[in-house]
Design a protein around this ligand. Structure first.
Ligand SMILES: C[S@@+](CC[C@H](N)C(=O)[O-])C[C@H]1O[C@@H](n2cnc3c(N)ncnc32)[C@H](O)[C@@H]1O
Length: 217
């Protein structure tokens, strides 16, 4: 393992805002984010596959009365957002190092107000569908965890993945589905708060449009 990665793994082990296997809250956090972690009853917003957590940290700065949790399997990426949140004194930020497949082990039904999926790995339609974060199995989980007014947001540069996601959501029977294949030049532009993730910067620099959708269950 590289020296930098090693340092970041040590950081998330010690940072109070990261929950991962081996830390006490990892086993007991389900249904206890309000009492044991944030110590308030503010709405909880998740960023799935958060990488370095640009949305988690960016939204937390904009909305101090909401709580934000970035979730990713990669500890070295989470470390970047975790350190920033500490640096900015953000008490409304947490990071969970876990697989999105296991979300129901960490959240109760109706415990979540919003879910942001930011530039997920698109995976191939043939061999990778079961890992696509908008497949039917994941949608069932999001529906369970989101409260009644809860909203799902998706941002991606990948048009085939976006088309698949819109189609899957329509078949699933979601409500109030709105979408654009050119976010920055659309009326929906205000809805992403001008926050750009690392992957977003990378793909816009290459000339890709940003696709965005939101819906409710
Ligand atoms: C393409 S990157 C995007 C990162 C960040 N959201 C951005 O836009 O810059 C996808 C991220 O999803 C994470 N990821 C992929 N599958 C995952 C899963 N099943 N559970 C948790 N994280 C996952 C990867 O580790 C990676 O950090």
């Amino acid at each position: 393992m590289g020296r930098k990665k090693n340092i970041r793994f040590n950081e998330i082990e010690n940072n109070h805002n990261v929950i991962q296997a081996g830390k006490p809250l990892f086993e007991s956090i389900k249904g206890n984010w309000e009492n044991s972690f944030f110590k308030n009853m503010n709405p909880i917003i998740l960023e799935l596959g958060c990488g370095k957590g640009e949305y988690t940290v960016g939204l937390a700065k904009l909305f101090p009365n909401k709580n934000f949790i970035g979730i990713d399997i990669k500890g070295d990426r989470i470390a970047v957002g975790s350190n920033q949140a500490i640096e900015f004194g953000l008490n409304n930020v947490g990071f969970l190092r876990a697989k999105v497949h296991d979300l129901e082990e960490f959240f109760n039904n109706d415990e979540v107000s919003e879910i942001w999926i930011t530039f997920p790995d698109p995976h191939s339609l043939h061999s990778g569908v079961r890992r696509r974060m908008t497949n039917e199995r994941f949608l069932r989980t999001y529906k369970t965890l989101l409260n009644k007014e809860g909203t799902l947001h998706l941002k991606t540069d990948n048009k085939p993945f976006f088309d698949y996601s819109v189609e899957t959501l329509q078949l699933f029977g979601v409500n109030d589905l709105i979408s654009t294949i050119d976010l920055y030049n659309s009326d929906l532009n205000v809805r992403h708060f001008g926050i750009k993730t690392r992957f977003e910067e990378k793909f816009t620099a290459k000339g890709f449009n940003i696709n965005y959708l939101s819906c409710q269950f």
